[in-house]
Design a protein around this ligand. Structure first.
Ligand code: MN
Length: 733
């Protein structure tokens, strides 16, 4: 087991500013916490977190991560709590250890959905602090290295999970060494026959070609020296699992494999990389189609290198990677090297970016590359990470990860953040730019939702969202908004009913009769009256049981003089039964009113003309022009009639629909003439329909939009003034 000072020395070697005291305290604390616990191997349990920390020193991570690695199993396996860790080591390390505890039980579950959920959990933990992933991978690597101590029946399951999730994850964030080691261990556990076969073939290859690696290494070194290039050369055989996977993918035999041997040439600068390429291509024939320049076009995970394959000195295909030392560092340690130790120390980087920004940027890039890498097929081919294919990963401005199904919009995002945010969303910014709420979100998008307290989600959103949460929340909010509208209407109707009857009305009295009206709450009573399901007279009677409702049915009915006075006379107000004057009329602002209002279909009223409201069960109020012929249908139901008036402000620029039938003399240019008048008078034509046609006349129906009754009258007058127009009539719904 590694000694305390050895570990500290290892860290100090690459990070001279590391907090020695922190490392020592973490070492001692973890050792004591695990006490006499043992591993399956019989070793003291503490050897495991210590080895994990040691692996991480190879990745050259910061001292906090090393400390967290030593502590990573304490909350899960000992009496230690988060609070203990926080008081001793600070909030950052406590968060790291807690994050690792949360994902400890990330088990391979047979169900895809459950697995996706586990992955999501892990990503969330990683999102809090990206260093969690580094410790988790190191933890897994050590567990895999010691997997032979685990009972055989458990090995396969752990290996499967590693091969499907952790190995690709390591590779994707650029930690190729770790990926390959994980894969090879899994290969031997899961496919022992295939692994044995590949190993045997590799042996045969070695005995056939002798010490070929050393031979080529020397050859390359001599060539570099001869050209005055400073550099280093490393050769190796490809890993068994990678060989096997290529055999599978390309359906080739071991003998046909293009490149069992791989060499890496590391030089001081980029021009030297291209010089080496020239030297190599000069010395040996290169294999066409195998050349890739990742220096001019780096991979998404920052991998940079030149790749080529040549036919080497012993007629073996040899793969070459040519890159600078700095590029090699990133290729070896992945984003760990890049993000944590590029040119600065952690402390310097934190000072510039802030700790959060560092972890967050790192994760953000990781997740982007996860799902949108340069070659997702290759990456996903043998991995369960294809689960990510159906998902997009987005972020709040604070860096909180929000996972959504593909096709999700900012509306879905808003509801995923919080129902209130969704309900009040009015706009959004994606990556700092204003964008429609209906945009399709993409991986890595940073989404900021703009809200307004006054906003209610439009019902149409329901068909635009893809998440169940958003859909049900919108439905609930819409239902609630509609119910509120009906309740508001019902409340006014009831108030006026009491007024009309000359009876005093209070909320308390009404509340006391709610059970008698068989409604769960007063709000429901209001809504029922507003919806026309409950008659306001019945509510009055419930409060005053001896009350006899007057039904002042006049001979003329609601449309007659007894009800509305002389039609057409400006000063005449219309009334509802039993009510004098129009002082208490419901103000109507149009379709965006806070009341459930709609205009009579097929020729509604326009501001300035007198209107009446008809309470329609389940629909609220329908507004008719007072001359509408449809109104006679409601003559027998006086309680459905409502006194309404326009509440349109002077100068309000808003158009209302009206319908005209225009008869024109059938001659060329007549339609154009009508259209010209419409244009001149600023009528907005919505629709034109040919209604009837005789030899002499055409009858056309126009749906137009006008400002008010004055505007409509002007249009009609101007039309009538044209010689070719025989007649103009308004259609009323
Ligand atoms: Mn562990």
């Amino acid at each position: 087991m590694m000694r305390q000072y050895e570990l500290v020395e290892r860290v100090k070697r690459y990070n001279p500013r590391a907090d020695e005291d922190l490392l020592n305290r973490a070492y001692v604390y973890a050792m004591k916490a695990h006490g006499s616990q043992k591993r399956a191997s019989g070793d003291p349990y503490f050897s495991h977190p210590l080895e994990v920390a040691a692996i991480l020193t190879e990745l050259r991570v910061d001292d906090e991560t090393i400390a967290a690695a030593m502590l990573h199993d304490t909350i899960e396996d000992t009496e230690t709590t988060r609070t203990d860790i926080e008081s001793r080591f600070g909030a950052d390390i406590a968060t790291l250890v807690e994050g690792l505890t949360k994902i400890k039980k990330l088990d391979l579950v047979s169900k895809k959905a459950a697995q996706a959920e586990n992955l999501r959990k892990m990503l969330l933990a990683v999102a809090e602090d990206a260093r969690v992933l580094l410790v988790k991978l190191a933890d897994r690597l050590h567990n895999m290295r010691t997997l032979h101590y685990v009972p055989p029946d458990k090995r396969a399951r752990i290996a499967e999970e590693t091969l499907e999730i952790y190995a690709p994850l390591a590779g994707r964030i650029g930690m190729q060494e770790m990926r390959e080691e994980l894969e090879d261990i899994c290969f031997h556990v899961l496919m022992p026959d295939a692994a044995t076969m590949v190993m045997q073939r590799l042996d045969a290859f070695r005995s056939r070609s002798g010490p070929i690696i050393a031979f080529i290494e020397n050859d390359l070194r001599e060539k570099l020296a001869a050209n005055g290039i400073q550099g280093d050369v490393k050769g190796r055989e490809k890993r068994p699992y990678s060989i096997w996977r290529k055999m599978e993918r390309k359906s080739v035999s071991f003998e046909q494999l293009p490149d069992i041997l791989g060499f890496r040439v590391m030089v001081g600068n980029i021009p030297d990389c291209y010089r080496v390429l020239g030297i190599v291509h000069n010395a040996w024939p290169f294999v066409p189609g195998r050349f890739k320049d990742y220096i001019s076009t780096p991979k998404q995970n920052d991998y940079r290198s030149i790749h080529t394959t040549v036919v080497g000195p012993k007629h073996q295909r040899v793969e070459l990677q040519i890159r600078t030392q700095a590029m090699d560092e990133i290729a070896e340690y992945g984003i760990a090297a890049h993000a944590l130790y590029k040119d600065q120390t952690v402390a310097e980087r934190d000072a510039v970016l802030g700790k959060e920004a560092r972890a967050y940027n790192w994760l953000r890039r990781t997740i982007e590359t996860l799902a949108e890498g340069d070659n997702p097929e290759e990456f996903l081919e043998h991995t369960k990470l294809e689960l990510f294919h159906d998902q997009v990963f987005c972020f709040t401005p604070k860096g909180l990860l929000i996972t959504l199904p593909r096709g999700a919009s900012p509306i879905d995002f808003a509801y995923a953040v919080h129902t209130d945010v969704g309900n009040h969303a009015v706009g959004c910014r994606i990556n700092g730019r204003n964008a429609p709420l209906t945009s399709e979100l993409r991986n890595g998008d940073e989404v900021e939702i703009l809200t307004s307290e006054a906003q209610v989600p439009p019902p149409a959103w329901e068909s635009l969202v893809v998440t169940g949460k958003a859909r049900s929340s919108i439905r609930r909010a819409t239902r609630e908004a509609v119910r509120k509208q009906f309740a508001g209407l019902g409340r006014r109707i009831i108030e006026r009913a009491f007024e009309r009857m000359g009876k005093p009305q209070t909320e308390e009295k009404l509340a006391s009769v709610v059970p008698r009206l068989a409604r769960p709450s007063l709000e429901d009573v209001y809504a029922a009256v507003g919806r026309g399901e409950l008659h306001s007279g019945d509510v009055v009677k419930a409060v005053f049981p001896d009350f006899k409702e007057e039904t002042p049915k006049t001979a003329a009915g609601p449309n007659g003089a007894g009800w509305f006075g002389v039609q057409g006379a400006d000063e005449v107000k219309f009334k509802v039964p039993g009510q004098e004057g129009a002082g208490g009329a419901l103000p109507i602002r149009g379709l965006s009113d806070d009341l459930p209002v709609r205009f009579a279909p097929g020729g509604g009223p326009v501001p300035g003309e007198r209107i009446v409201g008809i309470l329609t069960s389940g629909e609220g109020i329908t507004i008719y022009p007072i001359q509408s012929p449809s109104l006679s249908a409601f003559d027998e139901e006086p309680w459905r009639w409502l006194d309404v008036r326009w509440d349109v402000e002077e100068g309000e620029r808003r158009r209302y629909p009206a319908r005209l039938v225009v008869s024109v003399i059938n001659e060329p240019g007549s339609l154009a003439e009508v259209a010209r008048v419409m244009a001149e008078t600023d009528a907005n034509i919505d629709n034109i329909e040919m209604r009837a046609k005789t030899k002499d006349f055409r009858e056309m129906l126009f749906d137009i939009e006008v400002w008010n009754i004055k505007h409509l009258t002007t249009i009609m007058t101007d039309l009538k003034a044209k010689p070719m127009i025989a007649n103009v009539e308004r259609v009323l719904g």
